[in-house]
Design a protein around this ligand. Structure first.
Ligand code: PHB
Length: 394
């Protein structure tokens, strides 16, 4: 009997120490393993500079933490998604299955982001969207493992609708690319405008990423609206602003836009962008200590001025950092990681923001005006604006 007890005791002690030891080895092992980030971004095409700015911003935050997030070194894998939704599912599957990434970061284009969100939801991979505003991502497609560090297409559009109505413009023509981002930006604008007494009299569009604006500009001239609202970004935004001025419209019909129209584009747009009013969750002259420090570090590192895309990339890394710290680098502790990001106040260069239930930033939307090479702050168009997140059940 005694011997039997002793035997059990010894076995139990041995088992306990093996468990403890293997526990130790596991966490040490987990600490040594790198966190693998999969950037799925456009590195070619009309949004190429946007993809680069996002990556720069992300890397800047990580390098400020010594290249590590909670003790784990960060490793990057990149895919050029070409802003092509038809290639998006294959591209995201490569990052998950071939490269075994821990976290997906992407993308810029709403159609690509929706394909990413579908795969992320199906596979449970953590996804942080550092730009694409597709309303669906934090609407019907929302999921616990999907976060956005940027905006919903509805947000800047809605804020500008209110601004344009307050300026007394009654009849407005809209012009954009025919895809989710353009459609949703115009829908948000229309909602803001029409609730405040204005009307959208004509909705013009062309396929993404087309830049043959001429016949549409002729239609605008003929319609003689009080104002024009537009969503274009990247290379397309540069060409649109130049063509609008060249057609003589800038002098006769005021042009308003979601802020992407003039963000990261002013160098190329030159005088044709002068004085344009846009709405966005960032401006070049916020003047806060947080933003000043970010802008200085970004300019030093990349010899470039940051833009909204750089901020969104930086904040995507901050969000991952917050989650990673909460689980001491063990990203498999998913529920804790998610809860930490959900309740965080993110100390963004744009100003601090929190996330809505659907994981989209609740943020101030600024009214900005182009002055020289900057989108100067005019004021807050919409304070702490939350996306309505229609269709999100979480
Ligand atoms: C989008 O497709 O959602 C999109 C693309 C570029 C922007 C903003 C939104 O600058």
């Amino acid at each position: 009997m005694k011997r039997f007890h002793k035997g059990i005791l010894q076995t139990a002690i041995a088992a306990l120490s093996i468990t403890a030891l293997s526990g130790l080895t596991l966490s040490a092992h987990a600490q040594q393993q790198k966190i693998k980030i999969g950037f799925m971004l456009p590195y070619t095409g009309t949004f190429a500079s946007l993809g680069n700015a996002i990556e720069n911003g992300f890397r800047l935050y990580v390098s400020e933490q010594g290249g590590k997030l909670n003790g784990r070194e960060v490793e990057y894998v990149k895919v050029d998604d070409e802003s092509d939704p038809s290639k998006a599912t294959d591209n995201v599957n490569k990052l998950i299955k071939r490269d075994n990434v821990d976290v997906l970061v992407g993308s810029v284009h709403s159609g690509v982001a929706m394909a990413m969100a579908k795969v992320a939801k199906d596979t449970g991979t953590l996804l942080i969207v550092p730009n694409a505003g597709a309303d669906a991502v934090t609407g019907p497609m929302c999921a616990p493992n999907i976060f956005r560090s940027s905006f919903s297409n509805w947000q800047p559009g809605y804020a500008m609708g209110e601004v344009v109505a307050k300026k007394g413009h009654k009849k407005v023509v809209t012009i954009t690319w025919k895809y989710a981002a353009g459609d949703e930006s115009v829908r948000g604008f229309k909602e803001g405008l029409e609730k405040s007494g204005g009307t959208v009299v004509k909705e013009l569009s062309l396929p993404f990423p087309g830049v043959e604006f001429q016949s549409l500009l002729t239609e605008i001239a003929a319609a003689k609206p009080d104002a024009v609202y537009t969503f274009f970004a990247g290379g397309g935004a540069v060409k649109f602003v130049k063509d609008y001025a060249a057609a003589g419209l800038k002098k006769t019909i005021p042009l308003y836009g979601a802020g992407f129209l003039t963000d990261g584009t002013l160098e190329a747009q030159g005088a044709d962008a002068a004085d344009l009013l846009t709405t966005l969750h960032y401006a070049d002259s916020l003047g806060t200590p947080r933003d000043n420090a970010f802008r200085l570090a970004y300019a030093k590192t990349y010899k470039l001025q940051p833009d909204v895309y750089a901020v969104q990339g930086y904040d995507a890394a901050q969000m991952l950092g917050i989650g990673s710290n909460a689980v001491k680098g063990d990203l498999s502790k998913r529920a804790e990681l998610i809860a930490a990001i959900e309740k965080a106040k993110i100390d963004s260069p744009r100003g601090p923001f929190t996330l809505s239930k659907s994981h989209n930033p609740i943020q101030d939307i600024y009214l900005r005006q182009v002055s020289g090479k900057e989108n100067k702050l005019v004021g807050i168009a919409s304070k702490a604006l939350a996306d309505p997140s229609r269709g999100c059940r979480m």
